[in-house]
Every structure is written in structure tokens, then in C-alpha cells.
Design a protein around this ligand. Structure first.
Ligand code: URA
Length: 283
């Protein structure tokens, strides 16, 4: 952000979670060198700001997305622009959807959940989506998913398997706290499911990790998570794979469940690798 200020005189803020990596090779002193460019997405703090380019640059042009596509010569940058534009469209769709979802309590007379909406968190183009049951008290207070004890175990387990929390989209079947930490009722789940399904359609994950009974039953229609954990199901409805495991809260509460959770995540890592291999073979 400092560089942008110095080079073009603009104050920007970063759009959370977006990151696009590009790799290329070149030869230097007869040696092959791999170079990585990391692109972020930002927005202007104030749209009225004027560009002041530094002496290192000669000119600039503001273009709309469709105009820019025509001007850019390199395919990698055309692809990058497309990815960024798709991402902005996802942000707009998700904001519009969540603005309706957060008002759901107002439209239901006997609403019996918290009125605080806890939106999902993570990249809107994440390949991996994690689905829990419903936010807990901590999540309700801070309006962020999985930040309590279960979240801590989840973070540690992701880290052990080299899956960055900032690379996955995390949310729950019901995105409002059920008081006293009770499980959400079937009726409450039914109120919330259409919104969740729409969120899944926006994100288009390659795999959804179902954490616990409620998530497994609501999405994969499997009853007992302890019988089905570790299983991978191909879903036509969600157009991705589903992976069943126990809820991290069950592993926090009962220590012997920790090994189940950890073994499942090791398996998940292999399943993710397989999905990546299938993709490369397709290309
Ligand atoms: N448990 C869940 O299922 N979701 C959260 O966000 C936190 C705890």
C-alpha cells in the first residue's frame, strides 16, 4: 500500500482474502529461475483521489473492465483481470444475499435464535468450504465464525495439514447463534438453508467439509457422523465433493475424539491433492 501511494499517489485499502499467484521462468546466467508474482485486489479509500505518477512511469489510463480487456496484450494479465472481475461480482452478489439473510429474523414472528448475523469468512473463490452447525456465544459476540475453542482446534488442525485458514471459506448451516448453545431445530435449519445454498453457488467450492452431524445431515443426508466420518461423496446438487468429519467441538469436549478429527484431516489433505491432480490431468 505504501508502494502504491509512492508510485501513483493513491490511498488504497486491500480487499480481504483475494490473492492471485502467477509463476514464470526465465534464464539468468544459464540458470533457470522461477519467479512468482502475487496480485492483490484493492479499492480506493476515496474515489475522488487524483493519480500522481512517480518519475518511474510515463503515463496511465483509467479503463472499464471491458475496455481494459481489449487493450491488454498478455494472456496472463487478461486472465488475471477476469479473475479479479469475477471476484468483484462475487463480492456484490454475496453482499446482496447476506443483506437479505441478516434481516431474516425480522420476517419470522417466532424467531428463537440470536438476531446477530455471523457471516461466513474467507475467499469468495475458495476451493475448500468448511461448514459447521451454528455460531457459538463467542462467534455471536464478535460476529465471526469459529473463533472459540472449537475454532482454535480447527485452526491448529488446518495448520498441521498445511491448509491456510485464509484459503478456506468457513461458515455454518445456520448463521445465527442458538441461545444456550442448543442445536438448531429442523425448522430453523429450513429457514436458513436457501441462503446457504445460494452462498455455495456463489463460492463454487471443489470440496465442502461437513463438520458434525447437523452439517452432514443437512447437506449429505447422512445420519450418524461417527459411522460416516472420513467418507467422500460426490454431490450432483452442490457440484462438488463432500467430505464428512466430526465437529471440532466434539473433539474439544471428548478427548478421544481428537484422533478421529486429526486422522480425518490427514485424509482430507490427500483428497484435496487428488482433486488438484484430477484438475491438472484435465488441463
Ligand atoms: N461451531 C459452529 O458450528 N460454527 C461456528 O461458527 C462456531 C462453532
Amino acid at each position: 500500500m505504501r508502494e502504491v501511494k509512492e508510485e501513483i499517489g493513491l490511498n488504497i485499502s486491500l480487499i480481504p482474502f483475494f490473492r492471485h499467484d502467477e509463476y514464470w521462468w526465465f534464464v539468468k546466467n544459464k540458470e533457470k529461475v522461477k519467479k512468482q508474482n502475487i496480485f492483490f485486489l484493492s479499492k480506493l479509500e476515496d474515489e475522488k483521489q487524483q493519480i500522481r505518477i512517480s518519475f518511474e512511469h510515463s503515463s496511465y489510463k483509467w479503463l472499464r473492465f471491458d475496455e481494459a480487456l481489449k487493450e491488454i496484450k498478455y494472456k496472463t494479465y487478461i486472465d488475471l483481470l477476469q479473475v479479479a472481475n469475477d471476484y468483484i461480482n462475487c463480492i456484490n452478489k454475496m453482499n446482496e444475499l447476506n443483506n437479505k439473510y441478516k434481516d431474516l429474523p425480522k420476517s419470522i414472528k417466532d424467531w428463537n435464535l440470536s438476531r446477530n448475523f455471523v457471516p461466513g469468512e474467507g475467499p469468495l473463490n475458495a476451493e475448500i468450504m468448511l461448514l459447521g452447525q451454528a455460531p457459538g456465544k463467542n462467534e455471536d459476540e464478535h460476529r465471526r465464525p469459529f473463533i472459540g475453542m472449537a475454532g482454535k482446534l480447527l485452526d491448529e488442525t488446518l495448520k498441521k495439514n498445511k491448509i491456510g485458514r485464509n484459503k478456506v471459506y468457513i461458515t455454518s448451516i445456520v448463521q445465527f447463534f442458538p441461545p444456550l448453545n442448543r442445536a438448531p431445530t429442523e425448522e430453523e435449519i429450513n429457514y436458513c438453508m436457501p441462503y446457504l445454498k445460494e452462498q455455495i453457488r456463489i463460492i463454487k467450492p471443489k470440496i465442502i467439509v461437513l463438520l458434525g452431524n447437523i452439517a452432514s445431515k443437512s447437506i449429505a443426508n447422512t445420519a450418524n457422523v461417527f459411522k460416516n466420518h472420513g467418507n467422500v461423496i460426490k454431490s450432483d446438487e452442490y457440484k462438488c465433493k463432500l467430505f464428512i468429519t466430526i465437529h471440532p467441538a466434539a473433539a474439544v469436549r471428548i478427548k478421544k475424539n481428537i484422533s478421529i478429527f486429526e486422522e480425518d484431516f490427514k485424509k482430507l489433505k490427500d483428497v484435496i491433492k487428488e482433486i488438484k491432480n484430477e484438475e491438472t490431468n484435465k488441463e
